[in-house]
Design a binder for this molecule. Structure first.
Ligand SMILES: Nc1ncnc2c1ncn2[C@@H]1O[C@H](COP(=O)(O)OP(=O)(O)OP(=O)(O)O)[C@@H](O)[C@H]1O
Ligand SMILES: [Mg+2]
Length: 312
């Protein structure tokens, strides 16, 4: 059985990580001086938060260590995980180095009771323990914990960097691809390295990385088609716009919400006037709201096109 490429190509050291340079150089300095404060990694999905924490642990402690544990707060969100696992681990002295390291992944899933307990644990065992917390939103972590941590804000990885990374994988796996295919992955994955790697592997399973395969796998439309929908809609050619909408929903398998999200993203690339952009964004927002409320998506999207056709 082959490993998922996200695991196979997961960096083992901070130096191998792609993008996030300003973060990895600071983290590398902690590793080299063998001292660090509590850390918090915040940022969107798939950009290297968990990877960075594991790299730090590997570099400080080596492969197997009694002084490092990794817990995932999505599995155990309650106060018990702090009371039992974390405290038990933190209580004893480090076996090898100067401190033990507790990595609490997806910490924004901890209940607020658990966070309060964690705050006390962080205080009590500061001499012997360092924490790394990772989360998507730092605002979901209580203020007293935030103020005890150095916060690192991870960003989406730049397209060029993701592209380089994907091409390396393609070469080492000897997979056929064309540039438009790689471009399409960069478009749909929006700087999420996990997503881009997964799409790459799915395409490879189809034999080749092409634009067509990427959009087929990801239920996203080619940006040109969405731009076409917006422009045709605004031009008043309602029936033609409705035909494009049909294609997006039936051929690409997009849901109503997918269409709206992509319209919202592509409206900037249409070259329409600012006044028209304002109209479109306003109408897309309205349609999105009705969908969230549970309205029929087909009706709402056609109504959206009708309203666009009426914009003067
Ligand atoms: N900066 C990066 N450099 C190289 N590979 C990366 C990077 N970021 C992510 N990856 C790849 O994407 C996969 C997911 O990364 P990771 O688990 O670190 O994401 P995360 O930021 O913790 O996301 P989440 O918020 O969903 O937990 C990894 O297996 C790794 O292969
Ligand atoms: Mg993670």
């Amino acid at each position: 059985m082959e490993l998922p490429w996200t695991e196979k190509y997961r960096p083992k050291t901070l130096g191998e990580m792609v993008g996030q340079e300003s973060i990895t150089t600071r983290l590398q300095a902690y590793v080299e001086s063998n001292s660090m404060p509590h850390l918090m990694f915040a940022g969107p999905a798939g950009v290297g938060k968990t990877t960075a924490a594991i790299c730090i642990a590997n570099q400080i402690f080596g492969d197997i260590s009694h002084d490092f544990i990794e817990l995932n707060a999505s599995d155990e969100r309650g106060i018990d995980v702090v009371r039992n696992k974390i405290k038990d681990f933190a209580r004893t002295r480090p076996l090898t180095g100067d401190f033990k390291l507790i990595f609490l992944d997806e910490a924004d899933n901890l209940t607020s009771d658990a966070q309060q307990a964690l705050r006390r644990t962080m205080e009590n065992y500061t001499k012997t323990c360092r924490f790394i917390l990772s989360c998507n939103y730092s605002s979901k972590i209580i203020e007293p914990i935030q103020s005890r941590c150095s916060i690192f804000r991870f960003k989406r990885v730049l397209k060029e960097k993701v592209g380089e990374y994907l091409r390396k994988i393609l070469d080492s796996e000897k997979i056929a691809y064309d540039d438009k295919g790689v471009e399409a992955i960069l478009y749909v994955s929006e700087g999420d390295m996990r997503r881009s790697t997964n799409i790459l592997q799915s395409c490879a399973a189809l034999g080749k990385v092409t634009e067509e395969n990427v959009f087929a796998i990801t239920t996203q439309a080619r940006p040109e088609d969405v731009i076409d929908l917006i422009k045709t809609g605004l031009s008043g050619k309602f029936m033609e716009a409705r035909g494009i909408l049909d294609r997006l929903m039936l051929e690409y398998g997009l849901s109503g919400e997918d269409v709206l999200l992509q319209m919202n993203r592509e409206v900037w690339n249409t070259g329409i006037t600012d006044a028209e952009k304002i109209h479109v964004i306003d109408l897309v927002g309205e349609a999105n709201f009705t969908l969230v409320e549970g309205a029929n998506e087909r009706i709402q999207l056609e109504a959206l096109l009708a309203r666009m056709a009426l914009v003067k």
